[in-house]
Write a protein of this length. Sequence first.
Length: 244
Amino acid sequence: MSNNDFSRGAIENNPAWAQLLGLCPLLAVSNSISNALGLALASGFVLLGANTSISLLRKIIPDVARLPCFVLIIATFTTVAVMVLEAYAFDLFTRIALFIQIIVTNCMILGRAEAFASRQPVGRAIVDALGTATGFAIALLALGAVREVLGNGTLFNDMDLLVGDIGTDWRLTIFSSAPLPLALYPPGAFLLAGLLFAGVKALTATQNGPNAEKGAGEGAEKEIEKKPGQESGAANEAMRNTNP
């Protein structure tokens, strides 16, 4: 059950690719891997803390006040994430500060609290949080890597803002000049995100195609098998009506 909860959150119900949640920070922050990773870590921390706390308190929180309580819990962990980034990665925080602060309103986190954590034991809530956070991080990092390579010609640029001086050695130069500077701007973010989402959907459809066709064929066969019986029943009913 735990493995299913993790894979469901990370792949099948990926918050970005499948549910299209958290798109505002996803598009705004993912112009580099360092920014994307910073937001992914902060969002994962808040999601994990909120799911755990809400699951532990689910029998205490009254139904009439559950949403305000959920928001208060999420806001608490968001504040902690903000304070940690301000203390240890201030330069990175100044780049993504707005989108860290509005994690409290992220539909992905509030949705998992309402739909899963408030109804499941703490173990499953933690696994669900880890899976959802992993899925969101994959979407952020994938889009961040594509945008950084196309818009700046590099990978892992400015990682020292997140991990310290050791991050300066991680920088990779892919192109001497940026092949598509538009990728760093909002229109490029929308275009590239749409292409990535379409690619993921196409890949998923290709993998599920044979099974889906098999299921559809079996359903059609069952429908055909039912029809003779249904027609016979209708004929018998008509005979009874005409013979009083």
